[in-house]
Design a protein around this ligand. Structure first.
Ligand SMILES: Nc1ncnc2c1ncn2[C@@H]1O[C@H](COP(=O)(O)OP(=O)(O)O)[C@@H](O)[C@H]1O
Ligand SMILES: [Mg+2]
Length: 252
């Protein structure tokens, strides 16, 4: 499988001279097409900083990053907004749905902005709604659906454009355990059936156990990496807990 993301020697320093803080140090990372990768680590480790840089929301102080063969570090703001819309899908903890639009309209919004034909929009929305189990609520408004359904709507919107890379920051953070499991199973289906590439930041070992590979970050550096091989999810979950214990910190 070819790599969808290359990051080389990425550094991020916050603050100004005399009052500097190194949030990321010499991060090297490669994500291959079809991976489901998790990022874990204690509070303040640099997880969100890394995600924000890879999602082009923030810029690194130094280092090289290419995503889908494009150099995102040197890209101009105008190109970046097209790049984000066409190549990336975002899933955040707070769903960011538009309350005046139905679930269906929320999901198809990115396609409408890209002027995709109506028939094609219809097909894609229904296919994704099936993957996430929300076909029955397509014509409801956000205030009539549950938190779990909102998050699955937000996830559907994030992937409706077939992004090269899906980025999720604590997507299960606001969900009860049943809704979290539903979302994680949908993301797994998306990864396995659609070969979508997913990177998920989480402090939750249960959520992380759905990933195929996990990077642990501590003090802005990659501390450990584990792969789910032939293990069951339960075995992988145990392994994650072991690494977290060796990491120390509160893992939030
Ligand atoms: N805009 C900023 N200015 C200064 N320091 C920041 C900024 N954003 C994050 N930091 C610091 O960088 C470190 C990493 O933060 P963050 O990436 O949010 O960690 P995590 O998501 O792993 O909890 C923390 O010590 C945080 O205080
Ligand atoms: Mg964070």
């Amino acid at each position: 499988m070819k790599a969808i993301l290359h990051a080389k020697n990425v550094n991020k320093i916050y603050g100004t001279k005399g009052n500097q803080y190194k949030a990321l140090e010499n991060i090297d990372l490669e994500i291959k097409e079809g991976e489901f990768i998790g990022i874990m680590g204690p509070s303040g480790a640099g997880k969100s900083t890394l995600l924000n840089i890879l999602s082009t929301i923030d810029t690194p102080t130094s280092g090289e990053i290419t995503i889908a063969e494009q150099n995102i570090v040197t890209m101009k703001e105008e190109q970046l907004s097209d790049f984000r819309r066409n190549k990336l899908g975002f899933i955040f903890q707070d769903y960011n749905l538009l309350d005046t639009l139905t679930v269906r309209e929320n999901i198809l919004l990115p396609l409408a902005l890209s002027k995709v034909p109506a028939k094609e929009i219809q097909n894609r929305v229904e296919k994704i709604a099936d993957t996430f189990g929300i076909r029955e609520i397509l014509d409801k408004y956000p205030y009539h659906i549950s938190g779990g359904q909102k998050q699955r709507t937000a996830a559907s919107r994030a992937i409706v454009t077939n992004p090269s890379l899906i980025l999720a920051d604590e997507p299960t953070g606001a969900l009860d355990s049943k809704s979290a499991t539903d979302l994680l199973e949908s993301l797994t289906a998306l990864n396995e059936q659609n070969h979508s590439t997913i990177m998920m930041v989480t402090h939750d070992a249960f959520a992380a156990s759905f990933c195929k590979r996990i990077l642990f970050i501590k003090d802005g550096r990659i501390y450990a990496e584990i792969h789910k091989l032939q293990q069951s999810r339960q075995e992988f979950f145990q392994k994650i807990l072991d690494v977290l214990a060796s990491l120390g910190g509160d893992n939030k």
